[in-house]
Design a protein. Sequence first.
Length: 311
Amino acid sequence: MDNNKKSGFVAIIGRPNVGKSTLMNHIVGQKIAITSKKPQTTRNKIQTIYTSEKGQIVFMDTPGMHKAKNKLGDYMMSVAKSTLNNADVIVWLVEPSEYIGEGDQGIIKQLSSVKKPVILVINKIDTINKPDVILFMDAYRKQMDFEEIIPISAFKGENIDELVDSIYKYLPYGPYYYDEDEITDQPQRQIVAELIREKALRLIDKEIPHGIAVVIDSMKYRESVAKPNVKYEYPGIYDIDATIICERDSHKGIIIGKGGAMLKQIGSKARPEMESMLDAKVNLKLWVKVKENWRESDYLVRNFGYKEDKE
């Protein structure tokens, strides 16, 4: 073990749509967690790994803390809460405001019982007048003691290096948990499924996205067939078959769109990011199936990949 290196687990928590996934993606320099303007975008605990000369930080992005309304919501809240107990440091993201609502008050109550260093991060400072940041910091400082309060813009990358340096200060010394070139513990199939779900979240309005899950039915790799005088952008091709699950027949029609237009748009938006991530050409085929009220079914919630770790 290198006694000069630090390593540990950092839980990123906060209300839905506060910018947790955007922050994590920015730090590791690659898109791992999906983002959208709709709340509850992240459903699973997603671990990404940041390794530098100081050590290794394993970030745990969690579903936004909210009041559960169904079995899927119960699962998401269970994941968020259990992550706190496994973390060495907690990074709590909030939006810039003097008003501390019921949701954030609930998080404060939970944090008061967790004996871990907590760094408060005020995100989205690119959207406010900078002098107002002091007012927001004071409002939260009156609620509980934080190791540090750091204002950032995850979207623009402002003060991210300062945040990372602060995290290292509170991590223990110890061995790396992952190889230095690893950046996530997520299987490729899961990232592919999430990229498809992200595009659906962004393209489809109203409440339909909350009832969507994506299942990868098949994902097979094949080498590109060499042809004379033809230069290939990628060395191989992934043939991916995926199914978008929704809760109603009326939703199915909206997801498919007139003449299949919406489904084609979802695929065309997801494909380039898949190709960049997989370093291969992607042949993507999408289908849509209805599973009524699947979010209320323990069996279907687990079957669609939302399973708690039993560690």
